[in-house]
Design a binder for this molecule. Structure first.
Ligand SMILES: NC(=O)c1ccc[n+]([C@@H]2O[C@H](COP(=O)([O-])OP(=O)(O)OC[C@H]3O[C@@H](n4cnc5c(N)ncnc54)[C@H](OP(=O)(O)O)[C@@H]3O)[C@@H](O)[C@H]2O)c1
Length: 309
């Protein structure tokens, strides 16, 4: 029966239900956040897949790629007037814009929420069909944390935008696991609790592949992690082994974490404590997501440690 090939019209895209897809038109993609860890991998992935790619950055000098199908524009997502027209003729907008390490003195509400609202409004005005947003794993359960409050509020706004959408909720990136390496370099890794809680962090390249796949599938929300579910103790061991250090893992009692969390919340502003409270809260949670990709944390640690040596 000719492999049950059935065409489904989904926005401007066509799918066959045997998983093979093809285009009605060559898709034009706008990416915001292209200069970040994940954004760099997504840019490469989209260029390789021969999409017509436009990226908006605040400093063109940070982009280390030239390609015929890549246009680089300077715009400032926090200033909506600079976004005017950037979504013209665009089919899909992807945003990875968010604060990971505080550097501009802005809040999550300013960046993770408002900047992305500016993009959504501009996309909607120009008739963009789909908006893909990178949120965070377990954000719905952690709305009481400043970062998740902003990201979930953005998710709510996106769902009501009328555009097709996909909210991608990744586990920690390999780039963030460098905190384990930084400790391992000194010969000791400190963990809160017994270190048995598990997570499956993901490499930016594996995640970028799934973000690109989201352009053409109709999933609305995707929880995603890497291929290996590891306990914090196992991650600490991998980091120490990468630096050829003896296994020295110090387990700190949870009251120290609670006291530190209380102190940063009490004595610093939200700009400072936002990233710290997220880290300190997820350190005492199992963070398991559906497994994707091939990259191993062990290899990443080994490469990072070799570069350092
Ligand atoms: N890292 C993780 O473990 C992790 C885990 C789950 C979800 N996420 C989410 O995934 C997304 C991407 O993470 P990432 O690690 O790739 O982050 P990243 O490397 O810090 O990149 C963030 C991007 O956002 C842009 N940005 C930040 N503040 C801005 C501002 N005030 N104005 C304009 N642009 C601004 C940055 O531009 P510049 O390069 O110009 O600064 C950069 O392109 C974030 O939303 C993050 O919350 C991250």
């Amino acid at each position: 029966m000719l492999n049950r090939i059935k065409l489904q019209i989904c926005g401007v895209f066509c799918f066959r239900d045997d998983g093979v897809d093809f285009y009605m038109a060559k898709n034009k993609i706008l990416l915001a956040g292209a200069t970040g860890y994940l954004g760099t991998f997504i840019t490469n992935e989209l260029v390789e897949k021969e999409y017509d790619v436009k990226i908006i950055v605040r400093n063109k000098e940070k982009v280390d790629l030239e390609a015929q199908n890549l246009t680089i524009l300077e715009a400032q997502v926090t200033q909506p007037e600079t976004l005017e027209g950037v979504c013209k003729n665009i089919d899909v907008v992807i945003s990875t814009v968010g604060i990971t390490r505080q550097k501009d003195g802005l809040t999550y509400m300013d960046v993770d929420f408002q900047s992305n609202v500016n993009l959504i409004d501009e996309a909607k005005k120009e008739g963009v069909k789909k908006f893909i947003y990178i949120s965070v794993l377990n954000g719905e359960k952690l709305r009481h944390l400043k970062i998740c409050e902003a990201k979930e509020k953005l998710g709510d706004y996106l769902k009501l935008s009328g555009m097709d959408y996909c909210i991608i909720r990744p586990n920690g990136f390999f780039s963030d696991m460098k905190e384990f390496l930084n400790m391992a370099k000194t010969g000791k890794v400190y963990l809160f609790g017994d270190g048995r809680l598990k997570l499956n962090p993901i490499h930016g390249k594996d995640l970028a592949k799934e973000v690109a796949n989201a352009i053409r599938n109709d999933k609305k929300e995707i929880n995603i992690g890497g291929p290996d579910l590891l306990s914090q103790n196992e991650i600490a061991e991998l980091a120490l082994r990468a630096y050829e250090k003896p296994m020295k893992i110090i387990h700190l009692p949870d009251w120290i974490r609670k006291l530190a969390l209380w102190s940063v919340r009490t004595f610093t502003s939200v700009k400072t404590y936002g990233p710290i409270e997220f880290f300190m809260t997820t350190m005492v949670m199992d963070m398991e997501a559906p497994k994707f990709g091939n990259y191993k944390l062990e290899d990443f640690f080994y490469d990072e440690a070799t570069d350092y040596k």
